[in-house]
Design a protein around this ligand. Structure first.
Ligand code: SF4
Length: 326
């Protein structure tokens, strides 16, 4: 995979501000999927959002694209709260922001041809385009993602997982978006295909000036695509830093453990690397305690960690951590 770095001007395109998404399961049980999360994604950059399954990263992504309404807090797009948008602004927002889903098998309608899937959004959001223009645009998009116009009349079940994800990417691009939430777009694919899809997403970003939130459950995947990385644990952000800084100097015990689990090709490095094993399973996000959420699994936990929520601190320019050790 290519590792060249791009220059990003820090101009927030989309921001999560003290965002919460809770699900009331019963009178006494509240699932706090996203619990006071604040971050921004600057125009033209890729932010990796990483954490174990169930940590709230997909729910965060869904709040950003307005698939979920936040319980509290705000999502700002180009400086405006999306909940205050007029009907027309909401329509424009829904073409400006798109989502690529994890499961390319379930996210495409099996009764629609590839041409219908890719032109559906265009017809809704670009109603001035004629059918012929939609057709032409869809063919160009398929070529851009490595498919061809002969695929237009076929159905999604006729394609491999990698090809289906390419169709999903063409569908997201069909409405000329600015921001795309890529929700674990490669985790259901063969390892041999994963690098191809990541490189394609990087190329599309350069060509079309896209901004990505790239969700993944493991830090090795986001390394090659992210400018900044945010680590989530049980609905909260525990660490955020420019990608190079995070991989070189992780400071939160959870990030350190995640990074120590990444296999390294060089056996000398593997030998020198100390593996930090996290105890137990991720706890339930139902009625979480008011404390550091990592307490039960952290090797450094103290009484303070069990009683007090750690405050987010900036320890280096752009490097934030929420841990009482810092
Ligand atoms: Fe561990 Fe305490 Fe830091 Fe939480 S606040 S990560 S329990 S040391």
């Amino acid at each position: 995979m290519s590792e060249e770095k791009k220059v990003v001007t820090p101009e927030p395109l989309i921001q999560a501000d003290d965002l919460c998404k809770f699900f009331q399961l019963s009178r006494k049980a509240t699932l706090k999927a996203v619990n006071h999360v604040t971050f921004n994604v600057n125009k033209g950059e890729t932010v990796g959002l990483v954490g174990e399954s169930g940590c709230g990263k997909s729910t965060t992504g869904r709040c950003l694209v307005n698939l979920y309404t936040p319980t509290s807090g705000h999502v700002y797009y180009k400086g405006r709260d999306i909940q205050t948008f007029s009907k027309e602004e909401r329509m424009k927002f829904h073409s400006d922001v798109q989502m690529i889903f994890q499961n390319p098998y379930a996210s495409l309608n099996p009764r629609m041809t590839v041409g219908e899937i890719v032109t559906e959004g265009m017809k809704l959001h670009h109603s001035k385009l004629s059918s012929a223009e939609c057709q032409q645009k869809a063919e160009a998009l398929l070529a851009r993602v490595g498919l061809n116009k002969e695929h237009m009349n076929r159905f999604s079940h006729e394609f491999s997982g990698g090809q289906r994800q390419r169709i999903g990417i063409a569908r997201a691009l069909s409405v000329d978006p600015e921001f795309i939430v890529c929700d674990e777009p490669i985790s259901a694919l063969d390892v041999s295909i994963q690098a191809q899809v990541i490189n394609m997403l990087k190329k599309l970003q350069q060509e079309l000036g896209l901004t990505y939130l790239f969700i993944a459950h493991d830090l090795s995947v986001v390394k090659y695509i992210s400018d900044r990385v945010i680590v989530m644990y049980l609905g909260t952000i525990v660490e955020e830093a420019p990608a190079d800084e995070l991989y070189a100097h992780p400071v939160h015990p959870y990030t350190q453990a995640l990074l120590s689990a990444i296999p390294v090709a060089d056996p000398r490095v593997t030998k020198a690397k100390k593996r930090i094993v996290i105890k137990g399973e991720i706890p339930s996000p139902i009625n979480p305690k008011e404390c550091c959420q990592f307490t039960d699994r952290c090797p450094y936990a103290t009484d303070r960690c069990r009683e007090e929520v750690p405050v987010r601190k900036e320890i280096e320019a752009g490097h934030f951590v929420s841990c009482h050790l810092h």
